[in-house]
Design a protein around this ligand. Structure first.
Ligand code: PHB
Length: 388
């Protein structure tokens, strides 16, 4: 206790003696899973944030950007909430950021409201999250936004009978609901729907049931990692492709970071999504270069890295616009007006919902130069979250 007090006084004395022009850093509390089954989520988000700082510098309006990384080990909403409380009370962060998983973002939203701290969401994608705090803004995506276009695409491409399989939590339920709504409204039939648990999923029985039901396609939302790998393995082993069943999905299933290691079973899969490494634009090339430089052993970035990169860009633009004098309400007004060219294409924030508006692309997994890519072939321009 005494030691801590002395240390704290020491820091205060040092701060008092610091030259007048040395400004406090801008502190960003980055919350996400950095260990456990979803460790890649935290790493991708942080990697994207670092890529922006590598490309554009780490000091804005004289204030250096400091990222305080906090591992939830999640999904662990209680841990996320406690970490957020510590970050706002003890570390006095100016922004909360990150959020790989919906349950963790939902647990932190009331903390952001109470502390009046902007909460910049870089992945978590259940539609409702941004309604839970006036200080939340999202630079990633929502599942209704990415799933509804697949309902439209499937009907236009002659698919009429679909089985849905999703992870049994917010994003899965959102994608089941909004894929099915657009698909059925256009004349499609959902023959059955299953939801698999987020923790310790077991796919074999579900996959057999799907095979027996003989749909034309199975629509899938699963969070990238053990779920997507296990699903594709089961799909392959039980011969669903040979039985003539197609896979249609949101791009979470064919996540760029894992795609190459998933191999032949994913070739030809059609997904709808907001980002592909194969997106052809100067902004994406610059992002890929900066990501590789900032994360030498980071592998291929995915959509979560882009969420981190764009969210970091948005924060640095706020710091610049406010000339370093941060104010949460002014920051939120600036976030609501944002519009820029992302590595994924043009994006903007809808001021009414603080949620992202962006192109959703139809893509197909193809092999090019020995590597697998989600190759974009069509788009749904400036597509808003249909759930709001
Ligand atoms: C989420 O928990 O909100 C989530 C996780 C992984 C995804 C998408 C959404 O790919």
């Amino acid at each position: 206790m005494m030691k801590r007090l002395v240390a704290a006084l020491g820091i205060a004395a040092a701060a008092a003696m610091a030259p007048a022009q040395a400004q406090e850093p801008v502190r960003i509390g980055l919350i996400g899973p950095f260990s456990g089954p979803f460790a890649d989520y935290g790493k991708q988000i942080e990697g994207g944030m670092k890529a922006w700082l590598k490309q554009n510098g780490d000091t804005y309006a004289g204030r250096k950007i400091e990222i305080l990384v906090r591992d939830t080990t999640g999904p662990a909403p209680e841990v996320a909430k406690r970490l957020a409380q510590e970050l706002v009370v003890r570390d006095k962060v100016d922004f909360l950021a990150g959020f790989g998983l919906t349950p963790e973002a939902l647990a932190v939203a009331p903390v952001a409201t109470q502390a009046k701290t902007p909460m910049v969401i870089m992945n978590a994608a259940t539609s409702v999250i941004t309604t839970r705090s006036p200080y939340a803004v999202r630079f990633s995506m929502t599942l209704p936004q990415n799933s509804a276009p697949m309902g439209t695409w499937a009907i236009k491409n002659g698919i009429k009978r679909v089985y849905t399989l999703v992870a049994d939590y917010g994003p899965g339920i959102d994608s089941e609901t909004w894929f099915s709504k657009f698909f059925k409204d256009a004349g499609g039939e959902i023959i059955d729907s299953v939801r698999v648990p987020l923790k310790n999923p077991e796919f074999a029985p579900f996959i057999q049931r799907i095979k027996d039901a003989k749909p034309e396609a199975v629509f899938v939302f699963l969070p990238p990692g053990e779920h997507t790998i296990a699903f594709m393995k089961g799909f392959q082993e039980r011969g669903l492709k040979e039985a003539g069943i197609k896979v249609i999905a949101t791009g979470d299933l064919t996540d760029d970071h894992l795609l190459d290691s998933m191999g032949d079973p994913v070739l030809g899969i059609i997904t709808t999504f907001h980002y592909s490494v194969a997106h052809d634009s100067p902004e994406n090339k610059a992002f890929l270069k900066a990501f590789a430089e900032a994360n030498p052993s980071g592998g291929r970035p995915n959509f979560m890295a882009v969420g981190g990169y764009d969210g970091m860009r948005a924060i640095t633009e706020v710091v610049k616009s406010l000339n370093g004098k941060l104010d949460a309400d002014k920051a939120m007004e600036l976030f609501k007006q944002m519009k820029f060219e992302s590595p994924r294409g043009p994006i903007s924030i809808d001021p009414a919902t603080r949620d992202i508006v962006q192109n959703i692309y139809a893509r197909k997994v193809e092999r090019r130069d020995g590597h697998l890519y989600n190759v974009e072939f069509d788009k749904f321009p400036n597509f808003k979250d249909p759930a709001k």
